[in-house]
Design a protein around this ligand. Structure first.
Ligand SMILES: C[S@@+](CC[C@H](N)C(=O)[O-])C[C@H]1O[C@@H](n2cnc3c(N)ncnc32)[C@H](O)[C@@H]1O
Length: 382
């Protein structure tokens, strides 16, 4: 399978600038009403390196409590299709998903709400993770001195009932402030902008973020196209293969990857080099932004630090993990996999393990960031 995959790619990147620009154009046309529901749009196919072959798709229906997303196949999905012998696949397609954000207007603060963006900001400033993030940036100050912009991906639409999204945006501001240094300090620098890309921002999210944080937003692919080697990228649990794309676009342009990325772990432990895809690992959740050869090369060219607000008190008393480190090495086998992972246990014991595991998962979900890494290119920028 790896052989066929190699043959189809000829060492070329799966994601190309032309492909992303095509996506951006279609996305703009749909959002400005040039392409309406039912209209035909044409999408390049994978492995067609001169971009001459296209398939026709139709703009799907979208109700007022739904939103459109433009989905890209990641490397791992493409590998699966090669295995199934179906290689002519659209590189991306429009689909609609239910949107709690639009339905419940989660970014509109009412006078009766206990939470405001200001209270969340104060909470973040008191959170020890905020200080740790600042110290982390300070520790790498020399290597980060050429950063001129911050581009964020997948931080999500604002939701007053969840702290994660807004706090993740505030964390991008903490990084900017740490890079710029205190106002008026000698040797201080200016970060030109923070741009955040997520298809789920509504107009209200956009104006709140600009007003309260100075962050500019895009629902299209402007962020992907604007990343350069002097960018610091923040990308947290995306449901699109963002880091895979950034690595391919840098390779295609013959430039270096971003100076730094604060993102999920680039997991080379479970990477099957021969087949260029993630080897099946029963205990791991599949991710939309798994490792690729180019991302692993980037990881190897970087110094790496953990940034997490992940709880330390994980004590699942099943067979394998009792601490945060154990969890990282071997996350909980929850749900349907439990029966196969613990095939020799009785039904009652499995139920007990499931219950304990759920408590751990809930503990983890109290975290605002999960388990992130800061990758900083050893050579720095410039
Ligand atoms: C699992 S959520 C993570 C949200 C938040 N970062 C968190 O940790 O809770 C995945 C996010 O990826 C976003 N996403 C999907 N496609 C994207 C794209 N092409 N560019 C940027 N973000 C995207 C989704 O809209 C969603 O907000």
């Amino acid at each position: 399978m790896g052989g066929l995959y190699e043959l189809l790619l000829h060492g070329k990147p799966l994601f190309t600038r032309t492909m992303i620009e095509d996506a951006e154009k279609i996305w703009t046309d749909v959002n400005t009403g040039v392409l309406v529901q039912g209209a035909e749009y044409k999408v390049p196919v994978h492995f067609d390196h001169d971009h001459s072959e296209k398939v026709s798709l139709q703009v799907p229906e979208c109700a007022s409590d739904q939103q459109r997303v433009l989905d890209f196949d990641d490397y791992q999905t493409v590998c699966k299709h090669i295995a199934a012998n179906s290689t002519v696949r659209p590189a991306f397609s429009l689909r609609t998903i239910p949107s709690r954000h639009l339905r419940d207007k989660t970014c509109f603060i009412q006078p009766s709400d206990e939470v405001t963006w200001e209270t969340l900001r104060e909470e973040w400033e008191r959170n020890p993770a905020s200080q740790r993030l600042k110290m982390l940036i300070d520790r790498h100050a020399d290597r980060l001195q050429h950063v001129d912009q911050i581009v964020c991906f997948a931080l999500g639409a604002l939701d007053k009932t969840r702290k994660r999204e807004y706090t993740q945006h505030l964390a991008a501001c903490t990084i900017r402030d740490a890079l710029e240094g205190p106002p008026g300090c000698s040797g201080g620098k200016k970060i030109a902008k923070i741009l955040a890309q997520d298809p789920t921002y509504c107009d209200n999210c956009t104006s709140i973020l600009l007003r309260s944080t100075g962050i500019e937003t895009t629902t299209g692919f402007e962020g992907t196209l604007q990343v350069t080697e002097n960018t610091l990228v923040v990308c947290i649990s995306p449901s699109a293969p963002i880091c895979q794309m950034l690595a391919d676009l840098a390779f295609e342009a013959g430039r270096k990857m971003p100076i730094a990325m604060l993102c999920n772990d680039i997991d080379d432990d479970n990477y099957d080099e021969q087949n260029h895809h993630l080897s099946p690992h029963p205990a791991r959740y599949p991710t939309a932004d798994g490792p690729t050869q180019r991302l692993i090369e980037y990881k190897n060219a970087c110094v790496e630090d953990i940034f997490t607000d992940f709880p330390d008190n994980i004590t699942f008393d099943g067979h394998r993990y009792t601490s945060a480190e154990d969890w990282r090495a071997d996350p909980p086998p929850v749900g349907p996999r439990m029966e196969s992972v613990y095939a020799k246990e009785t039904g009652e014991r499995i139920e007990q393990l499931k219950a304990e595991s759920r408590i751990c998962v809930r503990g983890r979900n109290r975290s605002l960031f999960g388990d992130l890494r800061l990758y900083v290119r050893k050579g720095g920028g410039g």
